[in-house]
Structure formats: C-alpha cells, structure tokens
Design a binder for this molecule. Sequence first.
Ligand code: G6P
Length: 470
Amino acid sequence: MSNSEQDSQLIVVSNRVPNPDGGSGNQGGLAVGVMTALQQADGLWLGWNGSIDDDEHARLEHYDFDGVRFATFPLTENDHKTYYTGFSNEMLWPLFHYRPDKVEYSRENLEGYLRVNQRFADHLMPLIKDNTRVWVHDYHLVPLGHYLRETGADAPLGYFLHIPFPPWDVLRILPDYENLLRYLSAYDLIGLQSDVDLKNFKDCMTMALDAVEHDDGMLEVDGRRFRAESYPISIDVQAAQEMAQAGVTSSAGKRLQRSLGDRPLVMGVDRLDYSKGVYKRFQAFERLLEKQEHQRGNVVFIQISPPSRTDVHEYAQLRTTLERVAGHVNGRFADYDWTPLRYLNRGYSREAIMGFLRMSRVGFLTPLRDGMNLVAKEFVAAQDPEDPGVLIISHLAGASWELGKGALVCNPYDIDGVADMLEQALTMSLDERKTRWRTMMDVLENNDIHHWSQNFLDELMDVRLNRSAT
Ligand code: G6P
C-alpha cells in the first residue's frame, strides 16, 4: 500500500450493499468482491438499503457490519420502478449483454435513472473529505461521477463495470448513448472485466466522442483526461477453500452426499437470469442423456437458480420456461430411484453452495454473455486437490480468458458440442483433472481479490497524481 493510500479514506458506492441478515447467496459477484477491499481500508460503503419508502428525502442510515461502515437509504416506489427495474435492468442490462431483443426504453425511466444518480451524489458529497477516494460500481451508477464533478468534487474517482461493455454498434441502440459515455469520462479510472470489454469501450469513446488516446495511454475527451484498463475481478481464494471444506461436512453437505451415493454430480449456480444460458444448458444435459445411455441412472445435474429481478417481465417468463424444461427432462428420463435434473429455484447459504461445488465432478457454467462469472472461479477454488472436478465454461464469459487453459471451454449455443463436453468431463482421467485444475489454480493464486482491488486502487492514485502533474 502506498503512503498516499494509507492516509486516505475509501468510499465504495454501489446500488446494492450486502445484506446484514446475510445468507441467501443472491447478491452477485459485486458484494463478494468488494467487501474484502473495504475491510482492509478505512472503508465506507454507500448504497440502497433494499427497501421502498415514499419519503424521497429520507436520511442516510449509518451502521457497521463485518468490519465496514455502511451508509444506506431507501428508494421510492417510483425510483425503484424507473431507475432500478426500468432503466438499469430493462435497458442497460440487456443492452450490455448484447441482447437488444430484450431492451425496453422509456424517457421516464431515463429521467428516474438520472434523478436517483443525482440523489446518490447528494448523499455522497458531504461524506467526501480532502483525502477521500471514491470507487463507484456497476451499470446502475454511470452518471454518478459526472454529478459529483458538477457539484465540485475533486476527489480521485474510480469506476468499475462488473458486466460486459458492448460494441459501439450495439450501444448505439440506446437513445442519447453519447451522454452515457460523457458521464463515464468524469471518472479518473475506468475498470473493465476483460480486454474485449476494454476494446469496445475505447472504440465507443473514439467513434462517439472523438476520444484521443495519448502515448502514455491516457484517453482525452473534451479536455478531460482519464484512463481505462481491464481488471478481471477475482475471489478470496483461501476463504473459498475453507468455506468449501466446511460446506462438505455441514448438514446440507452430508444430506446431499447421502442422496447422491456414488453418482457423479454436475453443478450449475446462477441467479435466475436469461444471460446465464440455463435454458440451453438444460437442453445440452438432455442431449447428453439422449446420446450417452450409460449416463442414464447415473449422472445427477443440480442447477441452483435463486429468483432475481422478479418485477422484470423477462425474468418471470424465464422462470416458467425453466420449470417446464426441467419437468420435461425429468419426465422423459427419470426412474423410480433416480432424478436426473434437480432444479432448485431458491438460494442457499454460501457455505452450503461452496460445499456442493467441492462435491461436484463438473462445474457447468454456460452463460450466453457474462462479465466474469465468479462462480467459475469459486468452483476451481473449492476443489479437493487430490480429486478435483472439471470446469466447463462458456467462451462468452469473462472467466474463460483466464481459466481457458485448464477448463473445457464451450460455445453455449452449440447444444451437441456442450453435451459432448459434458461426457468428456464426466469420463476424464484423474491425472488430466489434476493437471487442468492446477493450471487454473495458478491463475487464481496470482490474481485473487486482494490483487484485484489493490491493483485498481493503486492505479487510481497513479492516474490522479499524473493528472495533477499535467
Ligand atoms: C450482477 C450485477 C450486480 C448486481 C447483481 C444482483 O452481478 O453486476 O450489480 O447487484 O447482479 O442483481 P440485483 O439486481 O439483484 O442487484
């Protein structure tokens, strides 16, 4: 940690903050990743408290949780509808996941999005001191940096996007998309998950705003200089290992083991979201059972998908579709002593999930598009080094760039290809499993969550120092 960092206070801002009641496992990668960074700094986390309250002037509520100070506030029903459900999750989420077919746009939602970002800025400004660094997270809060600057904030402002950044010709579907890019140029450092996202981001900046890239790598738009880099997010490897070991011997772990007997377990864990590719995953599993008779009565596939964003029509529809397909697969292949597909539409404790991952022969993660997919990394960390499972990861997930040398990398649209890969994973020799797992573990040990946050925050200070010097 550099001297300037030691004296400075870190404020993290995101839409959602970890739930102090904990446990449901439905908080996505963001909560898991950022908490560690804050615990090491004199950190404060500002965000929505998850509740709806019609008082739009509600004050911040301050509390401590797990070694971090929190400041949260409620959203009004209209804010929730326009900013969170409407613009963030019906517009930006599908657009940034390359799904224009699912995009819903309205000016009312955009106005709500901007209004709530302004409210975040109003809450944040009084908390910013001379030595504060601010780190903003994810697609809900793109304009926040711009509003902070407008109100006079001169603090180092970092922004990390946890989801993919789309190509220019996709981004253009959003009316007024140039403004979204301008808002991003208010930050000093913009972090993206992968080099592909970084390339898309720079293309957009150049095509839409005539950004200039200087020899030192800094980008310039309308006289403002900033830097963009890729920082693939990671996990706390040691904590994941310990939790996985505890999970196996927990009562949930033991119950699962009893129900499996000697049968190999294939495991998927994702929020119930169309970007995760669970529908095609079910089809690939069905194809495996069609093609490989010896797997009938043998392999068990558990898909855990806690409900998510239930106010969005697409998500409600997906739930019905998956229930139908799961029923179809079981109706077609189940026997009186074997259910091939266990589709669990609820969350479990992190400990139970990590234990389940350790007990799996195959981690089956096939998103149609994903910024990173931290479950893939958790699966790797969770394994028993003496008998590790095999990771199947989509080539459209950020995690495939780092884990691709050890994982089996699939195209999730190729149902036959994925089914064949499942068979390859289920029949892989112990030696090959160990070699592949070691390759992936090396990657994780070299870039765990501590490296990730440290790299980002170090770079934020550097960019800031450079900017002050020019
Ligand atoms: C993804 C996003 C996070 C988000 C999480 C859960 O991981 O990148 O920002 O918090 O999904 O989604 P939700 O809408 O429930 O916050």
